[in-house]
Design a protein around this ligand. Sequence first.
Ligand SMILES: C[S@@+](CC[C@H](N)C(=O)[O-])C[C@H]1O[C@@H](n2cnc3c(N)ncnc32)[C@H](O)[C@@H]1O
Length: 517
Amino acid sequence: MEGALSRVYPLIYISCSSKSRGPNTTISTRRTGPLSPAKKTRKLNLEVSPHRAVSAVRLMRIELGGAFADLLNEKGKGSGDNEMGYVERTLGFRTRELADQDLRLVTDIVGGAIRWRRYLDHLIGLLCHDEKTFRSMEPLLLQILRIGFYEIVKLNMPPYAVVNENVRLAKIALRPGAGNLVNGILRKLVLLKENNALPLPKLEGDARAQARALATLYSHPVWMVRRWTKYLGQEEAIKLMMWNNSDPSFSLRANGAKGFTRADLVMRLKMLKVPHELSLHLDDFVRIRTGLQIVIQAGLLKEGLCSVQDESAGLVVSVVDPQPGESIIDCCAAPGGKTLFMASRLGGKGMVSAIDINKGRLRILKETAELHQVDNVITTIHADLRIFAEKNQVKWDKVLLDAPCSGLGVLSKRADLRWNRRLEDMEQLQNLQDELLDAASKLVRPGGVLVYSTCSIDPEENEERVAAFLLRHPEFCKDHADKYVPPDFVLESGFYFSNPVKHSLDGAFAARLVRSS
Ligand SMILES: C[S@@+](CC[C@H](N)C(=O)[O-])C[C@H]1O[C@@H](n2cnc3c(N)ncnc32)[C@H](O)[C@@H]1O
């Protein structure tokens, strides 16, 4: 493993004795483990733009996942420090000295280069002088090219500055030859762009050919394009992909349980100069398009005064409609976004039991509950819901099953998810969703409520799962969601649905079912 990694990731050590490095940079093709003091970076390397270097390293980490974590010698918590340490060791500057503006650029470039990966690779592949050069390109070089292409084609940045910066990065991070290659390819791109002649596929031919073209033009996997074209039609599918490629916006929920109201939150946002809008649908929520980093740095999340929660998820809690004094069980609870919101709605009376199979995520839920001062009404249970439901005798007033799903409704926030999901996952997920629904239904008292929710927009994970459940369980019937959420969010079927294109929120679904006996 180590040998394979070291072949593809040449490491550069800029040591204190390498003042005149640059072209003379030592390139180590071996992974050497922790650096000896003599090799430690002592000097800032100001030859490259720091945000581009950090972006390239972060892109490698995201794309290569475990393999790259292995290279960084990462172990769980604080692993981000290693990423920064890697940049420091290899490129010779301390990333903790990155200005806020640079950090924001890293977020933008990394998010954009991941979203547009298929589109960018299509162009890079065509501008390399042969297919083999592209296919065998070393990962760091590819990331640098993706950054340059993204900056020129999608951010419309001044092209020659982009070329110079990325050429320098490739020269220093890899070797002079790599810089020359980047130079040649980026200059070809600039010429084509200036002549409005980017070699992009045309939307023509049969359904398959059109799906492939759309997948490249809007940078999504072909199977997703085919699925959405089937369910939504081509026009809506394109709008959905455009939404997925747009910069995500976030919502904050003021934590009333800590006496922090939305008015308090608005006041703090004004002081921080973060532009915001009140949610039209939920009393505790505020929407922000930019400035999340500022909110984080100001410590509002760390102090438990508010959480980042999309309104689409908040509206799922509205479908549950928690009332003081009720017993509620959240069957797939971690990391606890909905548990915490439900608990805060109980006003100190009642109980939320929070089950999850993942111990680590459940620990996060517990810690956040303490921070938010709602731990007095939350108990956590580490279990597989299916086994728990078999053995358990207790029944609850309300049961929420926020099921594991494809996440196809949250692709604008989760830039890399589209590349990690496979069509085969969908069937497996549906089987799991059926099993979890059967298990959750056992926990509902007669007259009690079962809410099934996902953050997917896929009917096979949503309406079809509920329809199949109702056939297996005639003791349940639908309760129309319009009593709990604005009518604009209710489908004809009576289910809650947040449509990213229509509502400018994440996609989400919830069905409210009542047990008769
Ligand atoms: C969509 S996430 C839940 C998000 C959570 N409701 C929130 O709002 O923060 C799905 C969760 O289901 C959990 N899960 C998956 N299979 C499970 C099982 N068999 N039993 C219990 N939990 C399970 C996962 O660990 C994951 O935390």
